[in-house]
Design a protein around this ligand. Structure first.
Ligand code: BG6
Length: 490
């Protein structure tokens, strides 16, 4: 059961709070998944009255929540408070402490404090420092801090940030968000593997030919060019979401389904990923691209360099495809392909497991059969599709692929709670399984940093691709080298 707590939300007037966090809290409240004793103290730079803040929360719910404003609304919104604060001003933190204590008193909350930092990463450090200085962290209950990505922009910056935060919070108290880990089907990967006799015995290099993980987006930089042009697809998506999905696919069965046991296994995968160091090796394993103007769904999209606030000579990649190897007993010899990009043909996230072919006998004498393929569909629907071979009913000599499909959203009455609902609930409950531990973050940067450097020195060519395509043709070559193809997303 969830414990009584106060959420102190920094960035309460920002975009993330509006689009994701308030709606997530509201859904949890509607489903009686929040503790009875629960309140939110919103913290923002703007001067706002409590009423104005509550109106702001209401407009977020009206625009983005799954539940409408109903009879539960007055109880929900009465739990929201607001403190305006200058992040560098210690005195403002005293006002914050006063409000937190009032709320704890009014709701009989035993000083369990959850600090949610939905703010720019450069503010993490001053906020944690002032929280410490002001005495807000001298609570009698528990304290936790939730941090949004990006966690640093390379290993040294991530280490510096971690060092600062660790002076104030222990590793167990730090919840680093990777919202992909909150997605239903990403969490289901371990269930597919460890709850199905059909899959676990064949989940290895004896039976699996390759794994393909795609996260394609139709959107461009969405007004975030200032950040994105510095980051690029590799840092923005691969260092976190893509590698996290890969660890879920590749990890060994954990000793138990507890946060540390699961994260230990994920760390082992990251450690076993073959590091790419030499420029020529990186160029053979990585394809990067940048979109130029093109058409998506009948709409003409401008090229990346024409986007507002993007450097017209930008060398930033908006697409990246990589081939990784995991050098352990289970996965030796199985390529893991990852690709992600903006302004692609479709928004989709899929993990595809391609199985090896059977011997060239009977129906497969010339290797003509399609391989068995398992598609774990993470977006747009939660689904599982298994491609098998069967005799074609109207032509007894022909074997053709058929697909067994399960789609969760299609089941009547079922809803798929947003990733943030799960993650917010988990951090209130103190379950850190689906949050990234420091050693995972550090290892992911160690994998990505040398590739970023090769990009920056121009050792990996930057190809172009048309908006609305599936990325540069060279990405197809990456898989074709092994006689493979990207499975088209469904
Ligand atoms: C974010 C990236 O972490 O993930 C964005 O910063 C990206 O650039 C987003 O658009 C994708 O998330 P989702 O859940 O829409 O696939």
């Amino acid at each position: 059961m969830t414990e009584a707590a106060t959420m102190i939300l920094f960035g309460a007037t920002g975009d993330l709070a509006k689009r994701k966090l308030f709606p997530a809290l509201y859904s949890l409240f509607q489903e009686n998944q929040l503790p009875q004793q629960f309140a939110v103290v919103g913290v923002g730079r703007r001067t706002l009255s409590r009423e104005a803040f509550q109106t702001h929360v209401k407009s977020s719910i009206e625009s983005f929540a799954r539940y409408s404003v109903n009879e539960k609304w007055p109880d929900f919104i009465s739990r929201f408070y607001y403190v305006s604060l200058d992040i560098q001003e210690l005195g403002d933190y005293q006002t914050l402490l006063h409000t937190i204590k009032t709320v704890e008193h009014d709701y009989s909350i035993p000083q369990n404090r959850l600090f949610y930092l939905a703010i720019a990463p450069e503010l993490f450090e001053p906020v944690t420092f002032h929280l410490q200085q002001s005495g807000i962290l001298r609570q009698r209950g528990w304290k936790r801090v939730v941090i949004e990505k990006p966690f640093g922009h390379d290993l040294p910056s991530a280490e510096a940030l971690n060092k600062e935060i660790s002076q104030v919070f222990t590793e167990e108290e730090i919840y680093r968000i990777d919202h992909y880990l909150g997605k239903e089907m990403v969490q289901n990967i371990e269930v597919i593997r460890f709850a199905n006799t059909l899959f676990e015995p064949v989940w290895n290099n004896q039976y699996i030919s390759n794994v393909q993980i795609t996260s394609s987006e139709v959107v461009g930089v969405e007004g975030r060019a200032g950040y994105y042009d510095q980051a690029g697809a590799l840092r923005d998506m691969v260092q976190n979401h893509m590698l996290q999905m890969m660890t879920m696919v590749a990890m060994e069965p954990p000793s138990r389904l507890k946060p540390e046991a699961v994260r230990d296994e994920k760390v082992k995968v990251l450690r076993s990923i073959r590091r790419l160091h030499q420029a020529d090796e990186i160029a053979r394993h990585v394809v990067r691209g940048q979109y130029v103007a093109g058409e998506i769904n009948g709409e003409v999209m401008k090229g990346y360099r024409e986007e507002e606030k993007v450097n017209p000579n930008s060398q930033t990649e908006t697409f990246v495809a990589l081939k990784f190897h995991i050098d352990n007993f289970r996965w030796a010899g199985v390529p893991f392909y990852i690709r992600t990009g903006k302004r692609l043909a479709k928004k989709a996230t899929e993990v595809i497991i391609q199985f090896k072919q059977l011997p060239p006998l009977y129906f497969n004498q010339s290797g003509q059969l399609d391989p068995n393929v398992l598609v774990i569909r993470i977006y747009p629907e939660n689904g599982l599709h298994l491609k098998l071979n069967l005799r074609q009913p109207d032509n007894m000599d022909k074997i053709a692929p058929v697909s067994m499909s399960f789609t969760q959203n299609g089941s009547p009455g079922f809803h798929s709670p947003e990733a943030y609902e799960r993650l917010v609930k988990d951090c209130i409950e103190g379950n850190s399984t689906y949050f990234t531990r420091w050693d995972e973050v550090a290892l992911a940067w160690k994998i990505v940093d040398p590739i970023v450097q090769a990009f920056e020195t121009g050792e990996v060519p930057l190809y172009t691709y048309k908006a609305g395509s599936w990325g540069p043709a060279e990405a197809d070559q990456l898989v074709a080298q092994e006689g493979l193809k990207w499975w088209p997303v469904l």
